[in-house]
Design a protein around this ligand. Structure first.
Ligand SMILES: Cc1cc2nc3c(=O)[nH]c(=O)nc-3n(C[C@H](O)[C@H](O)[C@H](O)COP(=O)(O)OP(=O)(O)OC[C@H]3O[C@@H](n4cnc5c(N)ncnc54)[C@H](O)[C@@H]3O)c2cc1C
Length: 384
């Protein structure tokens, strides 16, 4: 019986997959990182790294990367709701385009020894002796390879799982749809260093300048309203007006993209020789802008289990990942759910904004949460 081709196959080169590939390649494992798109690629995302995301990069030895790429320090967030606005100082954070960040993380993985296959779509299929099989498709070419452990970090889109695998993805019935576009630097207003968050009855729009001064718009909308309003550009214009923010005429002609339904959970986030991380394991709509932090922390946390899985696989590893993932990220996602619930109730969210304006100390827990300051720190596992 031949040994699996790879120690680890990582599917998806977003923050979760690229950082996991980097960490595992540094441990001298033979890592294949598979990405279905060409890089650099634009991705719908607010592009804001919070304190937790920056700390995860720091702990992985990549703390210099965001500043090297020109990440813009974020000093405040301006919330706009029903024509009223509130400015809050942010403890830390950077905005950086996803094209640049994800490319740099993947290149760091390659520099650490990982092999990177772009424009290749992977699907996790059956088991083989001592490993898990993965089908790789690139154009008309299709081949099957295998690894002792497979990490699925494929984000929200194509799950990359054969239908007979015992993992169910449940989408919340009221899940919003993400949408976004990028406008060139010449668009006026919305200065650098501030996250502008416009909140409306049927969704919200986050606006931020990136390292090239381009204006990044990332939004979440109720699906029925998105259809009724005639698309994301119309919905965004409506939300900006409701929040009392300046209109952006250029956004009407921008090339908007949309995501699949956002709030979802995959259960269990593990199967034989397979662990899910990042959005592929579960996601909650992006109001708190934490998804990259969750993805990067998940990448750090999964490493010890992958190392154990190289020697021998057992159901205990699957159970350990399910517990670790829930402890690390589940509680943060519950907070985010709670906030999303409040935002859908105009009276409640108006009351909260008024209270925050009157008693600024009330905003401390929210800001701590946005920063991820209360998160358990993940110390990288020493390589064996
Ligand atoms: C509107 C919006 C705003 C957001 N704003 C923020 C924010 O400001 N800050 C923040 O931290 N987070 C934000 N997020 C969340 C953040 O974008 C995600 O949580 C984060 O990208 C998750 O990283 P990931 O690595 O799990 O997945 P992704 O970044 O989605 O990466 C997955 C990768 O896998 C590839 N892939 C998919 N299927 C396959 C396959 N079968 N084979 C090979 N490759 C595959 C994809 O092409 C992709 O490159 C936002 C999300 C949305 C929708």
């Amino acid at each position: 019986m031949s040994a699996p081709d790879w120690d680890v196959i990582v599917i998806g080169a977003g923050p979760a997959g690229a950082l996991a590939a980097h960490q595992l390649a540094r441990c001298q494992l033979r890592v294949l990182l598979v990405e279905k798109r060409a890089f650099p690629r634009w991705k719908i995302c607010g592009s804001c790294l919070n304190g937790a995301a920056l700390r995860a990069l720091e702990e992985a030895g990549l703390g210099h990367l965001v500043d090297d790429l020109g990440g813009v320090p974020l000093e405040r967030i301006r919330l706009g709701l029903q024509g009223r606005q509130l400015d809050l100082a942010l403890p830390m954070g950077r905005s950086l385009s996803r094209g640049r960040l994800d490319l740099a993380l993947s290149e760091a993985a390659v520099a650490a020894g990982a092999v990177w296959r772009l424009q290749t779509e992977a699907t996790v299929v059956g088991s083989c002796a001592g490993g898990r099989e993965v089908e790789l498709r690139s154009g008309t070419d299709c081949q099957t390879t295998s690894a002792r452990v497979v990490l699925l970090a494929s984000g929200l889109g194509s799950p990359g799982l054969a239908p007979d695998l015992p993992i169910q993805t449940r989408i919340s019935p009221r899940a919003r749809i993400g949408a976004g576009c990028q406008l060139e630097a010449g668009v006026s207003g919305y200065g650098s260093g501030t996250i502008h968050m416009a909140i409306g009855r049927h969704g919200y729009v986050g606006l931020v300048r990136n390292e090239a001064s381009d204006l990044n718009l990332a939004a979440a909308f109720d699906r029925p309203h998105l259809i009724a309003a005639g698309g994301p550009a119309a919905c965004a214009a409506e939300v900006l007006a409701e929040a009392g923010f300046d209109p952006i005429p250029e956004a009407a002609d921008a090339s908007w993209r949309a995501t699949p339904a956002l709030t979802r959970r995959s259960t269990p986030p593990a199967a034989e020789r397979l662990l899910l991380l990042g959005d592929a394991a579960g996601y909650v709509e992006p109001f708190t802008g934490e998804g990259m932090g969750w993805a990067l922390m998940g990448a750090q946390a999964v490493v010890p289990l992958v190392l154990q899985g190289q020697r021998e696989w057992s159901r205990d590893l699957e159970r350990a990942w399910t517990r670790r993932h829930a402890r690390l990220i589940g509680s943060r996602q519950r907070f985010c759910h709670g906030l999303a619930f409040a935002l859908r109730r105009p009276g409640l969210s108006r009351g909260l904004l008024a209270a925050a304006g009157r008693w600024p100390a009330l905003t401390a827990p929210l800001l701590q949460h946005l920063d991820g300051a209360t998160l358990q720190r993940i110390t990288p596992e020493p390589c064996p």
